[in-house]
Design a protein around this ligand. Sequence first.
Ligand code: F6P
Length: 363
Amino acid sequence: MANIHRIGILTGGGDCPGLNAVIRAVTKYAIMDFGLEVVGIAEGFGGVVRNQWRLLNLEDVSGILPRGGTILGTSNRDNPFRYPVMIDGHETYEDRSSESIKNLEGMGLDALIVTGGDGSQSIALKLFSMGVPVVGIPKTIDNDLMATDITFGFDTALHTCTEAIDKLHTTAESHHRVMVVEVMGRNTGWIAIESGIAGGADIILIPEIPFTFDNVAKAVLRRRDSGKKFSLIVVAEGARLPGGDSISKKTGLGRNVLGGIGDVVSHELAALTGIDTRTIVLGHLQRGGTPSPFDRILATRFGAKAVEIIMDGDFGKMAALKTPNIVAISLEEAVKGQRRVPPDGELVRFAQAIGTSFGVTSN
Ligand code: F6P
């Protein structure tokens, strides 16, 4: 067993349900079974750069299992190697990695747990290569990490989207409308395809499968001609327009973020079909709320495994689900590739088999 006295944990990137379950599992296992001290670092890597942290005790993690968000806070912008700073009213980036490593040393850590998606794990890998004893835990509602069968947060997001699609079905049916539901997922269509199948969507549009508006309109009109006066369309935020571009919009602070494809699909369809078409963007609702039992269990398993990896002194690894086990894989493998929906895979094929259109000619 490695000589470990104090470990740190941070939650980086976009939040998701289950982060508190990880923090709780890590803290309880580390304190109760190994007598360690646990440092909670604030606001992801922001707290590493700015040296913001506190000791966590059992009381701090009591009652947080069902809570969404993260008691530590997070940031999807603060990167020690590319830290955003304002100079003369303009945003620019600075390398703050050596200061960050000094801060981590000052915290007295024998190991650092980085809970995050591919961006956070890439930073973890860089820090590891500079000598920081890091262990990763994968999270993201997008479920787009190649190295683990599933990330926690995804299941809860699916529940949120499926419930929304169920509710939209009834109002679409009453008004004979087409409802377009835009969901998250970045450049992958996992949330869209799985919530679309679970919610019985008629058309699912994902980044991995190029669609045309004509084909989407034909699918809607075919349904109308067969007597179904409404249609439900689920579109992933990263779905690409015919031509290959994705759609982004500006936040209030002028930052470009994915989003807006739902409205484009809606307007094009209304023009092509003459049917009243409305859009709903589920947005950050998908990241909020209490984690599902599945996500609580997965997050707890990942947290406990991370502590065991640390006690084995097996740094530079990430906990991953290789069903049925939680295993330790290298951080290199963890960030190697993005998991995308296979266009010829079983999920797409079976959805098509039961009449779901992906906006391609064949269905
Ligand atoms: O990666 C999680 C995610 O929610 C994506 O699905 C989405 O594109 C992005 O984060 C949104 O991030 P932000 O918090 O910056 O709006």
